[in-house]
Design a protein around this ligand. Sequence first.
Ligand code: ZN
Length: 167
Amino acid sequence: METATVLAALQGSYAFIKEVGGFAINERDRLKLASIQIDLTDKIMQAQAELLKVHDAVTNKSILLRAAQERISEMEGKLHERGRYELAKLGTVGDFFAYKLRAPSELTERTNEPEHYLCQPCFDADKKSVLHVGKFSCVCHLCKGTANIAALPVRNNRIASFTGREW
Ligand SMILES: [Zn+2]
């Protein structure tokens, strides 16, 4: 074989080997890149899952905070309303107490409300019930509690009974 032919064959083989080697390197790099992309995708998905957990925790805390703020506001309203009244003895018989609306000079709002009494057990249970005060007794239409608040008139040596008008 001539030297030129041998050189040409060697050059061809070298080009082939170089091409195969380049292909192998490219394939190795492609596999390595694919592996890196998979790892990166896993890390991004883990980060998104953690972010969702944090978001859920923040959302739950926000809901709890809003509920607590509403509860505080409700309790402040009740406390403010309770401050408009004072416990007072009602009537001249026995020890019957009810919550009496404070004097207009002591109120900061709704100063033109007429004088009235609230049922003590109902108001202590956060229910506002204005007592229906009669001449001799009073009644709570919510709990149906009644109390004598004045001595009944004595007629013919007998204690008068209540009538529909003078209860
Ligand atoms: Zn009551």
